[in-house]
Design a protein around this ligand. Structure first.
Ligand SMILES: Nc1ncnc2c1ncn2[C@@H]1O[C@H](COP(=O)(O)OP(=O)(O)OP(=O)(O)O)[C@@H](O)[C@H]1O
Length: 262
């Protein structure tokens, strides 16, 4: 497989809030994080709350600038460098956020929301058909096309956010807890859609989840973070069967028993 993303020695700290007359030490979110992601690979990111998963995702999305290290996409620099000059990267990488309702423009209807990235990226062919296909693949039929975000449940809004991201068939999909608000049937359906997208179009996926079973069901590889560091990075079945790091073992012991495995 060809390397898509190359992440080397990434470190990120947030300035600490000012307490009265003095500042305390910055909050270290990422420390010396390095890994590669191959085209079409599906990578799960596990870790306790506050371990740095969302910070890493924000760096991969070029929303946060790391203080040290670099990120290259197909050999081109995503970081360091100017965020404003990353238009080319916004075409390649799509994002499914954790909070879909906040991310969907309230004045647009579902058809416009899903078509918007296709139009923005200069989509060719039948935009209406691709919009409907993307919505159908997440279990929403044509009756939803004219609804606005405030007329959707949390789960339906999440599915619109996923349809929006996958309609463009991106080379890289970055997701933060993409199925956490969905019931079990829809959750399984959305996981199938993501797997199908990846298998058919070679989309690489980086997925943050607290749910080990979701990562086991979708991702060939899993990484575990602890206090901003990567402590384990292995094929998911191996990591689940023989966790090496004490933190991974603690994480798996705290998780509910797995129903399925990749
Ligand atoms: N904007 C911010 N300003 C200051 N500190 C931050 C900010 N965002 C995150 N942090 C801190 O950085 C560290 C990593 O946070 P991050 O959100 O990346 O963890 P996480 O693993 O995604 O957690 P969760 O699973 O709870 O979402 C934490 O100590 C957090 O408090």
């Amino acid at each position: 497989m060809t390397s898509l993303l190359c992440v080397r020695n990434l470190s990120l700290s947030y300035p600490s809030p000012r307490k009265r007359w003095r500042r305390s030490a910055p909050v270290v979110a990422l420390q010396d994080v390095s890994f590669d992601l191959a085209a079409g690979e599906r990578l799960g990111l596990l870790g306790m709350s506050g371990s740095g998963k969302s910070s890493l995702l924000r760096c991969l999305l070029a929303l946060e600038r790391p203080q040290a290290g670099h990120i290259h996409y197909q050999g081109r620099a995503v970081a360091p460098g100017s965020i404003a000059a990353l238009r080319w990267y916004r075409r390649a990488a799509q994002y499914v956020p954790q909070d879909p309702i906040a991310s969907l423009e309230p004045r647009m209807n579902v058809a416009q929301l899903v078509a918007e990235p296709l139009l923005r990226l200069g989509g060719d062919g039948d935009i209406a058909r691709r919009t409907e296909e993307a919505l159908e693949s997440v279990g929403l039929d044509h009756r939803f096309l004219s609804r606005r975000p405030d007329e959707l449940s949390g789960g339906q809004a999440q599915r619109v956010a996923i349809a929006r991201a996958i309609a463009t068939r991106p080379a890289l999909l970055l997701t933060d807890e993409p199925v956490s608000g969905l019931d079990m049937t829809i959750r399984a359906q959305v996981i199938d859609v993501l797997r199908e997208l990846s298998n058919t179009h070679g989309t690489a996926i980086v997925m943050v989840s607290h749910d080990v079973s979701i990562i086991a069901g979708l991702c060939q590889r899993a990484m575990v973070m602890e206090q901003g560091r990567l402590v384990e990075d292995r094929p998911t079945p191996e990591l689940l069967k023989t966790p090496q790091h004490p933190h991974t073992r603690a994480l798996l012991e705290a998780a509910p028993p797995l129903v399925t495995a990749a």
